[in-house]
Design a protein around this ligand. Sequence first.
Ligand code: GLU
Length: 557
Amino acid sequence: MELKILARKYALQNALEYDGKANPGSVIGRVMNENPELRSQAKEVSKVSMQVIARVNSMSLEEQKAELETLAPELLVKEKKEIIKELPALENSENGVVMRLAPNPSGPLHIGHTRMAILNDEYVKKYGGKLIVRMEDTNPPTILPEAYDMIEEDLKWLGVEYHEVINQSSRFDTYYKYAQEILALGKGYMCDCDSETWRNLKNEKKPCPHRDTDPETNVQLWKDMLAGKFELGQISMVVKTDIEHKNPAVRDFVAMRMVEEPHPLTGSDYSVYPLYNFSVAIDDYEMGMTHVLRGKDHLNNTYRQEYVYEHLGWKKPVFIHYGWVSIEDTVLSTRQIKADIQEGKYTGWDDPRLGTVAALARRGIHPDSIRQYWNDVGAKGVDIKFSWENLYAFNKDMIDKTAVRLFFVWNPKPIKIIGIDKLHSSAPLHPENPEMGNRETELSGDIHVSITSDDLENLKPGSLVRLKDLCNLEMMPDGSFKYIGNDLDVLKKGARIIHWVEPDAPEAEVHMPNGETINGLVEKTAMEYSDTVVQFERFGFVRLEIGDKINAFFTHK
Ligand code: GLU
């Protein structure tokens, strides 16, 4: 490379690092390092560098940055954010671990669920052992039949390596067996109080009249319940805890009740269903969990579940609760989303406005950035506010190195170029990876290109512009643009670098996460990058979906 250009590159880089003023020693050092044969011409190198530095130091920071962006974008300083944190060690993990993810198949996973998925997966990968996916599907009215498959797809996309999938709805016989055992042990009771009376008594630390029924009678009532001798809602099976427990939520809880609604997998084969705390305690024990890692919102559930372990004389797993995560500005209620999809408000579970895993994938969020995010946050008990900005920063680090650069012109306005009838543009697909190749554009005859009206509005006759990777222009009084060569020195005369697209560039529609759509033109090369994350220069990263038209889903800046 010519000495002058080499010096200019490093002068610009050094100036940008030091508030606009390049330091001759550093610049000359970098020039020599890159090109050791210049050492023999130290005098010449120093002379040229000093001239270049004087010129660079007279430019504004913005001009310096703009020029370096064109000349050697790989030298632009980037903010690096590399934090690799270890999750806290798990006690009793010497012989490997058995852990689980226990989603409710009421909808696919959303960003909030990814924490339990990633953390459990990380620990099983770290210590070895088994990760079980347990579909907690014992509440038929809330089940979305497609969710079983969607959840598995989400987990696979996230890179979660699970070893087994078990549906709770295939385990009724197990729940029945233990319900009867608990009744026979006098640790539970059949209760036909109406639920409000029962709850009010509990709130006053008072037992209901059925709490002291003898075990034989309870077992008989239980068998009658299974045999269908009661009406819906007439009777349920309750696990005793401590009726005087200081936390009312922990006092006796309903374990089994009747459900009328058919189940998507088992139809009407069963009408007696376990409630969450009962089936979870039984399954965690039966499936051999060594560690149960879940959110603090389950703390009261843990206290209840521990009674089941105690009644049955079981060894408890290690329970770990991480803090609450509040996720703002994102609709996460599965019930709400389901209703809104039905009403046509959202296009589906992967609508880019949603916080579902499917929507994030569609927008070009890399699964490893989600993993990095949760590893970074850790498994501590403190409550946190989810930061989309941090997730985006992790994601950007990940995709920036490979995403091809394309020109997208929003709100396009055609301009006419005069004074030349043939132009060729060869623009790198990625400024730091020349091996990725170039995108070539030929323009000839009456040359027109489109630029964004945001840029056009800032120009007046006499303004100089550089069409990136194409040529320099001067605006004429009649609004056309005269070709004035291709020398980057034009930047020093105040030309702004703007982007453009060829006259027959296809239309593209960008879907923003806030529901807004931005229409524009994108260079034809985009057609080769369907299902790929690219960077629309000066706009942001997007994931392309190309069908009858070009749809782009905004990832982040
Ligand atoms: N199905 C429960 C949930 O999604 C599981 C919680 C747990 O026990 O980890 O909240």
